[in-house]
Design a protein around this ligand. Structure first.
Ligand code: ARG
Length: 466
C-alpha cells in the first residue's frame, strides 16, 4: 500500500491509472521555487508566532533550502504518486529532516498553497512580459526615428487611402504595445495579493500572521475572503487575456510584414536569418517566422478560452478542475516569451524599401482628399469639392493618369479655383507634412510622439519582487 500524505482514511491504494491521471507533477514541477519560497515564509511565521517550536521552524527552513539546491542541481526525481509539486516537496522534507518536517503544513491547505505559488509565478511573468514588450517598444522608437521621412501609402479596406509615413505606421504599433505593457502592469497589481491563511476554504483557527507572510514574500496586501482566495483564478485569466491581446497585436504586424514582403507590395525584405526556403521551388524565400508568430496566436487564445470554460461552472470553493489552469498559463507564457524576442529580431533585421513605398504612395490617388481640401481652402464647400475631385479621379482613371500628371488647364476644366500652387499642395510629401495635428503623420508631430513615447516607457517601471 502506497503511503500518501493524506492516506489515513483510506484502506485501498489509489488505482495506478488514477495516480497518473490526476497527478500534476509532470507540469507543476515548474513551481518548485515558488513552492519552496512560500513554505519558507509560512514556516518562519509559524516559528515566530510560537505555533510550532522555533527550532523546528529553523530545521524546516534549512531543509527546504537544501531541497532547492538539490532540485537546481538536478539531483531530485519527483514522484508521480506524490501527486503534485506541493506534496512532493513536503514528502522530500519529511524524508530529509523527519518529525519537524511534519509540522510544516500546520494551518495551511494545498488550496491556499497552490493559489500562493501560482500568484508568485504570475507576478514574475507579468513583469517578464512587460520587459519584453518594452524592449520591442524601444526598437519601434528607434526605427520610427529613422523613417520620419519614409513616405508610404496608408490603407483602409486594404485599398490605398492617404499618404502617411513608415514612422507613423510603426508608432501605431508602439501605441498597441505600450497599452499591453499597461495591461500586464494592471494584471500584476491584482495578482500581488497574498492568499495564505485562507486554508482549505474557511480560514484556520491558528493565530497565523498573514501580514508577516505577505511581507516576507514581497506581496503588497493580503486576500480579503478565504473562499474567494482559494477559488479565484482571475489572475491567471488576467495574464492570459493580456497575452492574447499582445499576440493579436503581434499577429497583425506579422500579417503586414508578410504582405509587404510579397512581390506585389515589395515594401520590405526580410533578412535571410529570419526566412526559410522551399524544398522544391528554388526561388522561394518565405517569411516563416512571421507566419509562425501569427499562427501561435491561436494557441494563446486557446489557452484563454480553455481556462474561461473550465472556470465557468465551478461552485465555490476549490475544485480539482482548477488544476487545469497551469498548463494553459505555462503554454501562454512560453509562447509569448518566445514570440516577442523573435518578432523584435525579425523586425530589427528587416530591410524596408523607401523607394517602393514612395512609388506606392504616389499611385492610387492618395492625394485626392488633399485636392478636395485645396478647393475648400479657396472657398468651395467640402461636399462640393468631394464631388469635383471624384469626377477628376474618374477622368484620370480613363486617361491612365495621376492627379499630378494633369495640366493646370485640364484642372481648370473641372474648377476655375485651381491655380499653379495646386501642384505643390497635392505633392505627396506635402500631404504628409500638412497633417500636423497631434497623432498625425507629419515629421514634426511624429517627433513629438516619439518623445512622448520615450517618456511613457520610462514611467512604466515595476519592480520585481522575487
Ligand atoms: N495540484 C493541485 C492544483 O494544482 C493542488 C491543490 C490540490 N488540492 C486538493 N485539495 N486536491 O490545483
Amino acid at each position: 500500500m502506497d503511503s500518501k500524505l493524506w492516506g489515513g482514511r483510506f484502506e485501498e491504494p489509489t488505482d495506478e491509472a488514477v495516480d497518473d491521471f490526476h497527478s500534476s507533477i509532470r507540469f507543476d514541477r515548474r513551481l518548485y521555487r515558488q513552492d519552496i519560497a512560500g513554505s519558507i515564509a509560512h514556516a518562519t511565521m509559524l516559528g515566530e508566532q510560537g505555533i510550532i517550536p522555533a527550532a523546528d521552524a529553523a530545521r524546516i527552513v534549512e531543509g527546504l533550502k537544501a531541497i532547492l539546491a538539490d532540485i537546481e542541481a538536478g539531483r531530485v526525481d519527483f514522484d508521480v504518486s506524490a501527486e503534485d509539486i506541493h506534496m512532493n516537496i513536503e514528502a522530500l522534507l519529511i524524508a530529509r529532516i523527519g518529525e519537524a518536517g511534519k509540522r510544516l503544513h500546520t494551518g495551511r491547505s494545498r488550496n491556499d498553497q497552490v493559489a500562493l505559488d501560482t500568484r508568485l509565478y504570475a507576478k514574475e511573468i507579468n513583469l517578464e512580459a512587460q520587459d519584453l514588450l518594452k524592449a520591442l517598444c524601444e526598437l519601434l522608437l528607434q526605427l520610427a526615428e529613422m523613417h520620419l521621412n519614409t513616405v508610404m501609402p496608408g490603407y483602409t479596406h486594404l485599398q490605398k487611402a492617404q499618404p502617411t509615413s513608415l514612422a507613423h505606421h510603426l508608432m501605431a504599433y508602439f501605441q498597441m504595445f505600450t497599452r499591453d505593457v499597461e495591461r500586464f502592469g494592471d494584471a500584476h497589481r491584482r495578482v500581488d495579493v497574498m492568499p495564505l491563511g485562507s486554508g482549505a476554504l474557511a480560514g484556520t483557527t491558528y493565530p497565523l500572521d498573514r501580514e508577516r507572510v505577505a511581507e516576507l514574500l514581497g506581496f503588497s496586501s493580503i486576500t480579503q475572503n478565504s473562499m474567494d482566495a482559494v477559488s479565484d483564478r482571475d489572475f491567471v485569466l488576467d495574464y492570459l487575456s493580456a497575452a492574447s491581446i499582445t499576440m493579436m497585436h503581434l499577429s497583425r504586424f506579422c500579417e503586414e510584414l508578410i504582405l509587404w514582403s510579397t512581390d506585389e507590395f515589395g515594401f520590405v525584405e526580410m533578412d535571410d536569418g529570419f526566412s526559410t526556403g522551399s524544398s522544391i521551388m528554388p526561388q522561394k524565400k518565405n517569411p516563416d517566422v512571421a507566419e509562425l508568430i501569427r499562427g501561435k496566436t491561436g494557441r494563446v487564445y486557446g489557452d484563454l478560452l480553455a481556462l474561461l470554460t473550465t472556470m465557468k461552472g465551478l461552485p465555490l470553493a476549490y475544485n480539482k478542475d482548477m488544476q487545469e489552469d497551469k498548463e494553459a498559463l505555462f503554454d501562454a507564457r512560453d509562447t509569448l516569451a518566445q514570440a516577442l524576442p523573435m518578432f523584435a529580431g525579425m523586425l530589427k533585421t528587416a530591410r524596408f524599401c523607401p523607394d517602393v513605398m514612395a512609388r506606392g504612395a504616389a499611385g492610387g490617388f492618395t492625394n485626392a482628399t488633399d485636392a478636395a481640401d485645396y478647393l475648400v481652402g479657396r472657398g468651395m464647400p467640402f461636399r462640393q469639392a468631394h464631388e469635383v475631385i471624384g469626377k477628376l479621379v474618374l477622368h484620370c482613371l480613363r486617361e491612365g493618369k495621376a492627379l499630378l500628371d494633369l495640366s493646370l488647364e485640364e484642372l481648370k476644366g473641372f474648377s476655375p479655383l485651381f491655380e499653379q500652387d495646386v501642384f505643390q499642395a497635392i505633392a505627396i510629401k506635402t500631404c504628409v507634412a500638412a497633417r500636423g495635428l497631434p497623432g498625425g503623420p507629419s515629421p514634426d508631430a511624429l517627433k513629438e510622439a516619439i518623445e512622448a513615447g520615450r517618456e511613457l516607457l520610462s514611467v512604466h517601471t515595476l519592480q520585481p519582487t522575487l
